[in-house]
Design a protein around this ligand. Structure first.
Ligand code: ADP
Ligand code: MG
Length: 459
């Protein structure tokens, strides 16, 4: 069994979808396969923006919803044989009627909880996957549409639900045993024990495919996207970036944690547990070998790749005398964890009077409030300063197993940044010693990425 997953960029329109079907047909010649699909390219973002408009009381959300419905209907016309179209169109129509009701509700109460939003965005994958399963069926491939809410069980942390693997693995194995045909599974979505719809996090379809691969002990997992594998840097920012032939699971996890959005960080965990190889392949260049991610710690180059995250803010917690005391920093982390703030990088200044934390900018207000509430008395008494927040920053990270044994990487990194007059606001080395990361001004990001890429890969 092979699991193959296609992202939104691969299922963007009917001509890219024909390429996807060619790939599936080719795999079927030699393998049993199950397929995972994302929503049609851009649909998840559309659903979020329609909800934003409705929440603001802006009537134009209806126009956008109408356009989205037409896009799905057109795909049905283009992909499905005429005699099957009316059944599929009915399915699509009913789903859009439900969406209309949902958005009308959001419009009326001017509010959409994470739980509601998970239900709203689940329509993206449910629609695309149903239509694509019917289209494959129309092409003579016996296919079974699978709503992943039936086979993936999670907790109720909406937007970023955690998988209950024991229940999920059993559900997957049972479903696959009891149903015939090639399974065509919705990415991204899951459900709680109570039947509430949840999602696995943005870009969570990659994770869905790894969950299936592990439960079914698949021979391998192929993730098909719009680039030829994981590259040495994001090709949209570094034009000379090139494909990395092989990465260890840990390297892939670190690169993606620090912003390589070509693969979702959690994807590696289920695959790693069962030692299932992951291939990242290009739908638009299927003969390119792409990247293999597996357990090998190949140490040929000093680093494997560079990644970055934009829209970063840096929170500085300062207090002479205070920050050295036992427990102060753990109070900072506890306050942030309770406020559900995701810390991307921690850097302790050598003076130890302060801690610097890099976080997503949209979490910075919550972070400042949480820390200042926790240290209310210390701030009042002057033992601690008000929490400082700096905006318009980015993080940049170099990643590779080889850094563990080779101290040269950080020198080379900071020399390259220095030569290019790039000011570094904070630095950190991951506890795994697989990465070195730095916070810089967002303005310098592209220059910094290119300088590092040149220093590590082109000289
Ligand atoms: P999909 O729709 O297939 O899920 P994504 O847009 O999520 O595709 O991921 C593919 C994109 O990831 C690429 O187009 C590329 O711009 C971006 N990307 C960022 N960093 C990297 C990297 N190191 N290697 C390859 N792609 C990267
Ligand atoms: Mg993706």
């Amino acid at each position: 069994m092979k699991i193959i997953k296609f992202g939104g960029s691969s299922v963007a329109n009917s001509s890219t979808i024909q390429k996807v079907f060619d790939i599936i047909r080719d795999k079927l010649k030699s393998h049993e396969v199950a397929v995972v699909f994302s929503a049609f390219g851009g649909v998840t973002e559309n659903l979020f923006s329609i909800a934003e408009l409705a929440k603001k009381g802006d009537q134009t959300y209806r126009v956008l919803l109408q356009t989205l419905e037409e896009r799905h209907m057109n795909l049905v016309r283009e992909l499905i044989p005429v005699h099957q179209q009316s059944m599929v169109m009915t399915y699509v129509k009913v789903r859009f009627n439900e969406l209309e009701d949902l958005f009308h509700g959001i419009f009326l109460i001017k509010e959409s909880s994470p739980r509601t939003m998970d239900y709203v965005v689940s329509f993206g994958e449910r629609l695309s996957t149903f239509i694509l399963a019917e289209a494959l069926q129309g092409q003579g491939i016996k296919s079974q549409f699978v709503d992943a809410r039936e086979i993936i069980r999670t907790n109720g942390r909406f937007g970023q639900a955690k998988v209950d693997f024991e229940v999920t693995n059993a559900l997957i194995q049972k479903f696959f045993k009891e149903h015939d045909g090639m399974k065509v599974v919705t990415g991204f979505v899951a459900s709680t024990e109570k039947g509430e719809t949840t999602t696995l996090g943005r870009s969570g379809s990659d994770y869905t495919s790894a969950i299936l691969a592990a439960a079914l002990q698949a021979e391998d997992l192929e993730i098909w996207t719009d680039v030829s594998g994981v590259l040495t840097a994001d090709p949209k920012l570094v034009y000379t970036a090139f494909t990395i032939p092989q990465l260890s699971y840990n390297e892939a996890m670190e690169l993606s944690h620090f912003g390589a959005k070509v693969i979702f960080p959690a994807t590696m965990q289920p695959a790693m547990r069962r030692n299932i190889p992951i291939f990242i392949k290009n739908t638009f260049d299927p003969n390119n070998p792409g990247t293999l991610i597996n357990g090998d710690e190949n140490k040929q180059s000093l680093i494997k790749g560079i990644s970055s995250i934009s829209n970063i803010s840096m929170v500085t917690v300062e207090g002479a005398g205070l920050m050295e005391t036992i427990g102060a920093s753990s109070r900072v982390f506890k306050a942030l964890a309770e406020a559900k703030v995701n810390i991307l990088l921690i850097s302790q200044a050598s003076s130890e009077h302060s801690i610097c934390l890099a976080i997503k900018s949209d979490e910075s207000i919550g972070a400042k409030e949480a820390i200042e509430a926790e240290f209310h008395y210390e701030i009042k008494s002057g033992e601690m300063n008000e929490v400082k927040v700096q905006h318009d920053l980015a993080t940049i990270a170099v990643v590779g197993e080889n850094m563990k044994h080779n101290p040269g990487a950080s020198g080379r990194m900071f020399r390259a940044l220095g030569r290019n007059n790039i000011n570094v606001a904070a630095i950190a080395q991951g506890s795994s010693e697989l990465n070195i990361s730095a916070v810089i001004s967002h303005q310098d990001l592209q220059k910094a990425l290119n300088a590092l890429h040149e220093a590590f890969f082109l000289s």
